[in-house]
Design a protein around this ligand. Structure first.
Ligand code: SF4
Ligand code: SF4
Length: 399
């Protein structure tokens, strides 16, 4: 364990900023705390307990361009036959403009050749093609809470996990170049419930370095090899025994301040048993499908992929999506497997506490409580989970 004197925090940040872009919680002009780039004149806000949003956007931006392309259309009247010669002419035309043909669309009503011109950027994983604008710069995020770090590790399973089958180069380039310095929670909010999910206000899942506020500064613990090399800096002092004692006391006090509003045992079974329960209609009644809960959630990762084309020049990008959106599961045929609001509402909780756990042996919620804080109609995930757990009990009773 190391010790960082409080007045040495700016020195540490200045030092870190020579090696990477540093992100910290900052109170914005409107009073909202959000993660922002650190600069010498920026005050790090560690008193406001949770930033409005976790820094998930640092590894999974709201909007991200995959590739840029151009279309060339060749009408049948001009080209009676779409011959190899035609193809070659078009290929030469594209290459003469510095582009590259990466795909062709077979002719339908008219001869059509899709010409993709890959935007600048580094190479993606083999077999995934080139990636436009892949950001591989190093970043350090300091001041997030353990629940936010846990949210990142839950997203890791999806973007880089499952035996690497779904490896996402964009996400992983950023994630591998990101160092996480979390700060132990001091005074948890009434909406926090990390402990109910096996987490802790001093949890280390997804964390490289954990800092715990104590008198005069921070007790600093390296969690990963990345964290170990970071705490080698001379600004960190060797911790005296009283530093360790203070850190233990601070962690225990924080733990004691977190509510455990429901028993996790039985939640998954309750969701399963209550899949067709009319209770979902009651629970979903208040929801207005705004999607706020998904956007502020540190572990919600759903996205949509869109093409925007203007006069033959196009961009393919992904952007955050949310499962409350009626269009979310709308299929091309017109069929929508989650047509009703209660089915979409049910999906969010079932995904986090049933489907995802079945696939990744982990939860998809860290108990940060943001969805409770920011839901405009006061939908409370704790109430939903408690109610659905009772469905198991009800079923057992019937049996
Ligand atoms: S924030 Fe509340 S109202 Fe909005 S989608 Fe989520 S549960 Fe529904
Ligand atoms: S579901 Fe709610 S409590 Fe759980 S991680 Fe997401 S925002 Fe936080």
């Amino acid at each position: 364990m190391k010790f960082l004197a409080r007045d040495q925090l700016p020195t540490l940040l200045a030092d870190l900023s020579t090696a990477a872009e540093v992100w910290v919680p900052v109170k914005q002009q409107n009073g909202v705390v959000q993660f922002d780039r650190w600069a010498p004149d920026v005050d790090v806000e560690l008193d406001v307990f949770l930033a409005r949003q976790s820094p998930k956007e640092n590894v999974f931006p709201q909007t991200e361009t995959y590739l840029e392309y151009r279309y060339l259309m060749v009408c049948s009247a001009q080209r009676p036959e779409f011959t190899d010669q035609t193809r070659e002419e078009l290929r030469q035309l594209v290459e003469s403009e510095g582009g590259e043909v990466v795909a062709e669309v077979p002719p339908v009503a008219q001869e059509l050749l899709l010409v993709a011109d890959v935007g600048g950027g580094s190479q993606g994983e083999p077999g995934l093609g080139s990636a436009a604008g892949m950001d591989d710069s190093a970043q350090i995020i300091l001041g997030l809470r353990p629940c936010d770090a846990r949210g990142l590790s839950q997203m890791d399973n999806v973007f880089g996990g499952y035996g690497g089958f779904y490896f996402d180069p964009y996400y992983n380039v950023r994630r591998n170049n990101t160092t996480i310095i979390a700060v132990t929670c001091r005074t948890p909010r009434s909406t926090c419930f990390c402990r109910a999910l096996g987490g802790s206000p001093a949890g280390t899942e997804g964390v490289d370095v954990l800092m715990t506020e104590i008198e005069g500064g921070f007790a600093v613990e390296a969690v990963t090899p990345k964290g170990e090399s970071l705490v080698e800096r001379s600004v960190f002092e060797k911790a005296q025994p009283e530093v360790e004692e203070s850190a233990v006391a601070a962690k225990q006090a924080a733990e004691a301040g977190v509510n455990v509003p429901f028993e996790l045992d039985g939640v998954r079974e309750g969701l399963k048993a209550g899949f067709d329960s009319p209770v979902w209609h009651d629970l979903a009644m208040r929801c207005i499908s705004c999607g706020t809960c998904t956007y502020v959630c540190p572990s919600c990762y759903c996205f949509n992929i869109n093409d925007e084309i203007v006069e033959g020049t196009g961009e393919r990008f992904r952007c955050w999506d949310n499962c409350f959106n009626p269009m979310y599961t709308l299929e091309t045929s017109g069929h929508n497997p989650r047509e009703s609001k209660h089915a979409r509402f049910r999906n969010r909780f079932s995904h986090k506490f049933w489907y995802y756990p079945d696939k990744y042996d982990s939860l998809l919620c860290s108990g940060c409580g943001r969805c409770i804080m920011y839901c405009p109609t006061h939908v409370d995930i704790r109430e939903v989970l408690r109610t659905m757990s009772a469905e198991t009990t009800a079923e057992k009773g019937e049996a």
